[in-house]
Design a protein. Sequence first.
Length: 589
Amino acid sequence: MASTLPRLPIFQALKKHDGQSTAVIHGLSGRTFTYGELVNDVAAAKDKLQRNAGGKSTAGERISFLVENGYDYVVTLLSILAAHAIAVPLSPTFPAHELRYIIDQSESLMLLSSEKFQAKADEILKEDMETSPINYKQEKIMMGKTDDYVTLEDPTSDEGGMMLYTSGTTNRPKGVLLPQDVLTAQSQSLLKAWDYSSEDVLLHVLPLHHIHGTVNALLTPLFVGSTIEFQFPFNATAAWERLAAPFLPNPDPAKKPITFLTVVPTIYTRLLASHQSLSPELQAATKTALHPSNMRLNISGSAALPTPVKSAWTELSGGNVLLERYGMTEVGMALSCGLSFADRVDGSVGWPLPFVQARLVDTETGDIIQEGEEIDPTTGSERHGEIQLRGPTIFREYWRNPEATTKEFTEDADGQGKWFKTGDVAVRRMVDRAGKSAQHWAHGPLYFIQGRKSADIIKTGGEKVSALEIEREMLSLPQVSEVAVVGLPSEAWGQKVAAVVMLSEMGKTAGRGGKPWGAMDMRRGLKELLANYKIPQEMKVVEHIPRNAMGKINKKQLVKEIWGEPMEKVGNGTVGKANGAIMVPNGSV
C-alpha cells in the first residue's frame, strides 16, 4: 500500500530531490541516508505516529520527542510535521523535572523517545504521573527502509508546526509556536539570502532544541537538497579532522569538503584555541578546508562575535570572513550581513532579511527612527532604538499565554499587522563600502546590536553604554580570555559599568610585579579604546563564566551570584556584600 505525505512545501521539495543523493550523514558511524530513503521513512513514521494516537486526530496536537542528533531526529521531526502535529523537541541535557514542565505546559499528546534516551523518558514520565491529566504514550522510534511509493496528497489541516521553549531567565520558559507556514517562510528567507544549494555539505554540531540548529542548519538545507553531516556533541579535534579529511595527502573519497558551517562564537573560539595542537599535516589541511574556495559560507550567531575571533578566523582561513546575523526563537533569522565580504562589517548584523520588516523605536521617546534620523540633532549622538519586526517569519503566539503574547506585540496604524517587540536595542548607520552588492535586500544603513534592553544597555551618568561594545574591546586585549560586562546600581551614576573577567594565561602574570592583571591594568589597557565613561569601574576575576548551550550568558543571574544584593556604599566606592569586589572610582587610571 502506498504511503502519503501532505502537499506542503517541505515535502514537495523533498520529493523533487534526486532520490539517490545523500541527505544525512552520521559523522561517528559514517552511515549515509539518501533523500529517497528519507521520504519513505518519514511517510512510514507518520503512519505509525497516527496509529499510536489511538484513533485521535494528531492535527494540532503537541508531540514531544527525545531523540539524538542524526537521521532519526530528522525523520521524527518531519513525521510530526507530516501528521499536522506540533513538534516539541526536548534537550536530553535538561533535568527530568524541566522536561516534564515542557511536556505539561505544552499539553503534549505523547512523548517519543529513541532507544538511547529510553531511561530518560521513563524518568520524565514517572514524575507526578498520578496528578497529570494528560495521557502519555511512549513509543520507540524504529526507522527502516521501505519500498512503498510515497505520493503527495492535499493537506487536511494547517495546524502543524514546531514549538520551541525560550530559555527563561526571570520567568519559566515560554512555548514559542511556529506554525508550518512560518517555518516555511523562515527557510525561504534564508534560501534567498544565503544561497543554499544541493552542492552544499553542512557540518552540523549544534543542539537541536534551538532555532539555529533546527531551521538554519536542518530544515533550510533540506529544502534545496543539501547534505547534512551530524557531528554532535561538538569536539574541536574531531571537527578539525573532519574538515581536513578531503585535503590530506591520502584523502578519504567518501568525505566531501564541508562548504557550510554555522555555529556559535564559542565554537569558533574553541576551534582557534585548539588549532596549534594539531599535527603539521592537519594544520595545513584544515587551512585549505577553510579557504573561501572550499568553505563557501561560515556563519556566526546566537551571541555576539568578538572582533579578535573574527580576525583570527580570517587569518587562519586565508581570507574567509565570518558572516554575522541576528535572530531569536520568536522570529527565526531577522537581520543578516550579505554574502559579499564587503557586506560583512565588524560589529554589525547587517540588514533585514527577505520578507522581514524591521524598524527602530527610540528607547527614550518611543518615536520610530526613520532612515536619515539616526543622529539626535540636539546632542549629536546616535539614537538607540528597540528592534521591532513583522512579516511572515514571525511566530504566532506564546503557547497558552495570551497575556505575554499581547505584551510583546504592538499595533500599527498602517493596518498591515502588529510589530513584535524584540527587547533588543540597536543603532543604525551607513557604512561606505557596504550595501553595494547584487543582493537587493542588503542595502541602506546597517544595524549594530547594542544589547538587551534590560541587561546590556547600561545608563551611567546620563550616557547610554553598550555592554557588547565594551566586551568586544576588552576581548581585543591579550590578557582577557572571556568577559561579561554588566550594569550595577550606583547612587552617583544611576548605574556603573562592571566586568566579570576570565584571564588568559598571559593575564594571570601580566600585572605589576608578576601579579594577575587587575582593575587598574584594565583601565590603562582600555584608555585608548573606549571613552572614559564606558570603561568598567569594577572588575571581578573568575575561573569560569557560565553559558548555555548557545553560548549565551544569563547576566542577571551572574550579577546576583558575584555581587549579591543589595549593594552598599563604602567610602568613594561600593562593595558587594557577597564577596567584597571593590569598585574603582570613575576617572581613575
